[in-house]
Ligand binder design. Structure first.
Ligand SMILES: [Cu+2]
Length: 82
């Protein structure tokens, strides 16, 4: 699995967080644990395959926000199979 972490500019409140979460869910079909924080100016989610990050960036831009930095980390599920 991968964890995608994005720095988002323009989020001011919980509504903005919900907007970004919607954009992520619409553009990344297998996105899980979608979380956005306007205080951290950051959104993150888990996915099995690395999605089209450029497309996601564009979709976020069209919603009125700016994804400035997108980071891909490998993510290991811990403890699920024990
Ligand atoms: Cu807002």
């Amino acid at each position: 699995m991968y964890r995608i972490v994005m720095k988002i500019d323009g989020m001011m409140c919980g509504m903005c967080e919900a907007h970004i979460n919607d954009v992520i869910r619409k553009n990344v079909k297998d996105a899980k644990k979608v979380v956005s924080s306007h205080t951290k100016k950051e959104s993150s989610f888990l996915c099995d395959e690395i999605p089209d990050l450029n497309g996601l960036k564009q979709a976020i831009k069209q919603t009125g926000y700016e994804a400035e930095d997108i980071r891909v980390e490998t993510y290991e599920k811990k403890g699920l199979f024990r």
